[in-house]
Structure formats: structure tokens, C-alpha cells
Design a protein. Structure first.
Length: 134
């Protein structure tokens, strides 16, 4: 199946957010004196990867019925939440005690950043779809 029209435009936004999140994470950790270690790298890889894949998959449903898109949107929220909680549990188990507070704060900020970006992007595309359809 061909890529949805908005999919090619999604990638640059995801890449820009990756750069912004990475810079903010590194600077925040440096500011608070926390070393930038592998758990933070895992978070910076996980969120854009999962969000990007889910966005492309969800945007693909915009050409079909609205209810298919809504189902994908809701399933995407659940997948991202459960996958993120599993990742957090693994990282907490494997991380040193000194990294736990910065790790949980970083996780929370990145989770809500990527959730807001994904929801905002899909909402914007949905509004564009409804205005072009009428």
C-alpha cells in the first residue's frame, strides 16, 4: 500500500523532536549532575521509534473510514502506554539506585512530550482531512 500523503511530512517532525528531546535530556542531566548513561539512550531511542511507527500506521487509516482511524488511535495509545511501562520496569530493574529519580523524571517528560506530539499531529491531520472533505 502506498504511504499516506501526510506520512512523508511526519518524518521531519519526528526527527526535529528527536534532536530537541536529546538536547534537552543531555542538558538537563548535565545541569543536575547526572551522568548520561545507557538507560537515557534507551529512552531517547524507544520513544521516537515507537511514536514514529505508530504515527505512520495510524495515518494510514485516515484514508479509510473514520472509525478505523479511531480504533488505531486508541490501540496506539494502549500499545504506547503498556510498552512504555514495560520498558520503565526493565530500566528501573537494571539501573543503579542513583539513576532512578532522574530516570523516572526523564521517562515521564519524554512520554508526555511524545504523547502530546503524536496526539497533536493526528488531531491536526484529522482536522485537515475533515476540512478538505467538505
Amino acid at each position: 500500500t502506498p504511504a499516506p500523503q501526510g506520512a512523508s511530512r511526519t518524518v521531519p517532525f519526528v526527527l526535529l523532536l528527536v534532536i530537541l528531546c536529546a538536547r534537552a535530556t543531555v542538558r538537563g542531566l548535565r545541569f543536575f549532575g547526572t551522568p548520561f548513561s545507557w538507560p537515557f539512550v534507551a529512552l531517547l531511542i524507544y520513544f521516537p521509534l515507537v511514536s514514529g511507527v505508530l504515527l505512520l500506521w495510524q495515518e494510514g487509516a485516515m484514508k479509510t473510514e473514520l472509525r478505523h482511524f479511531i480504533h488505531r488511535f486508541m490501540l496506539g495509545l494502549v500499545v504506547k502506554l503498556l510498552g512504555s511501562l514495560v520498558l520503565l520496569a526493565i530500566l528501573i530493574r537494571l539501573s543503579s539506585k542513583s539513576d532512578l529519580s532522574p530516570l523516572v523524571v526523564t521517562f515521564t517528560l519524554l512520554y508526555f512530550t511524545w504523547l502530546g506530539f503524536s496526539t497533536g499531529r493526528l488531531g491536526w491531520l484529522l482536522r485537515r482531512r475533515s476540512t478538505t472533505a467538505t
